[in-house]
Design a protein around this ligand. Structure first.
Ligand SMILES: [Zn+2]
Ligand SMILES: [Zn+2]
Length: 130
């Protein structure tokens, strides 16, 4: 025979949104009794949402999260990998920056040194003498 406590846990699992009042009705006990048990079990009394999971890696996000992704996935999602036109190395760039860069310039580089080297090679800025 299940105890009231066990039945409350069971009800919560069946319906995470079930209110304490409804549980009290189902179990034939007072709402206050349900509330006290929930408090003891450290379950929020009003509503309970299953903890959110990162939509990319499935990692538990906990209750305080503002995005649907964990931090590493969130930053990955907002970054893109570009290949440097100068040295061919792949580098990470914020998606917003990448969009502006690609809109403005045909070529993109992972740093200024690569950019100037590439410009030198392509347009011969560094050519000296003959
Ligand atoms: Zn993640
Ligand atoms: Zn480079």
């Amino acid at each position: 025979m299940a105890t009231t406590r066990e039945r409350i846990i069971e009800l919560r699992m069946q319906d995470p949104d079930m209110k304490a009042v409804r549980m009290a009705e189902l179990l034939g006990i007072s709402r206050e009794a349900v509330r006290q048990i929930l408090v003891k079990l450290k379950i929020p009394t009003n509503f309970w949402r299953p903890p959110a999971l990162c939509i990319d890696c499935g990692k538990l996000l906990g209750y305080n999260h503002s995005h649907k992704r964990c931090f590493p996935c969130y930053s990955k999602f907002h970054h893109t990998t570009l290949i440097c036109d100068g040295c061919g190395v792949s580098y990470e760039l914020r998606l917003s920056e990448a969009k502006t860069t690609l809109k403005r310039n045909k070529h993109h580089f992972h740093n200024y040194s690569c950019r100037s080297k590439w410009l030198g090679r392509t347009y011969g800025f560094k050519k000296k003498g003959g």
